[in-house]
Design a protein around this ligand. Sequence first.
Ligand code: NAI
Length: 286
Amino acid sequence: RGKRAFIAGVADDNGYGWAIAKALAAAGAEILVGTWVPALNIFETSLRRGKFDESRKLPNGSLMEISKIYPLDAVFDSPEDVPEDIKTNKRYAGSSNWTVKETAEVVKNDFGTIDILVHSLANGPEVSRPLLETSRKGYLAAISASSYSFVSLLQHFLPIMNPGGATLSLTYIASERTIPGYGGGMSSAKAALESDTRVLAFEAGRKASIRVNTISAGPLGSRAAKAIGFIDKMIDYSYANAPVQKELSADEVGNAAAFLVSPLASAVTGTVVYVDNGLHTMGIAI
Ligand code: NAI
């Protein structure tokens, strides 16, 4: 039987989530995606109108199929957590069952089980503010959307994951080295995500034979990254200073992800794997 993957954090064809979905589809997995509720409409419309057909092409010439797109807001665990202004917001009102707990329930009803869970989402409302100027609210929002969202997804999806399955998230080196400009508590959120990768690898490994890894990815001009503002500078910096001097493509991260969640990596868990052309190894820019 082919494997089934749920990929949270796909809303266009530019980001790492899309590239991971493609790499998994190319390897024969069935693809389910979780799309942030406010981005759902435009994503589904674009997909339906063929806007992504070019980038849906797999190496064998066929187009990636997404079996189902689930609305998801990973900062809410269950309906009780949703405040009134979100409930009545018209971008949310058209969708239902999008808290993490409900999403896992609907996936269970639709498909029974999954084998692979991918977390490719982050959000930090104050990302452009230095940490020294970040509010408590902004900091906690970054942690909620970018770190706890993974804990919550794993909590709720673990019971429907087949033993031997694997989970994966995306992190960034700002967790361990200072990257001026990656503010708002986002560096803190990535540090938490990496630490949680180790603890959750132990807990999910013992409890359900599930692996937990994270990819520390190099810079990519995704929608989220463009919102931060200095992504072009980071891409140029990486090109100039990484051991392998080439542009990093999202597909390279997708391929590494496919390896990590596959049986080829059956003994790999609790790790941070760098997919960054080796930039993390450099001590100085030359
Ligand atoms: P992206 O924009 O393709 O993906 C981020 C996704 O998160 C979007 O689809 C957005 O709708 C979704 N999202 C935001 N808040 C959400 C919520 N509350 N619930 C559900 N979904 C939500 O951008 P990208 O850059 O591909 O990001 C994917 C992951 O890769 C993130 O964890 C990011 O931090 C990480 N990463 C990105 C790098 C880059 O240079 N682009 C470098 C290293 C890591």
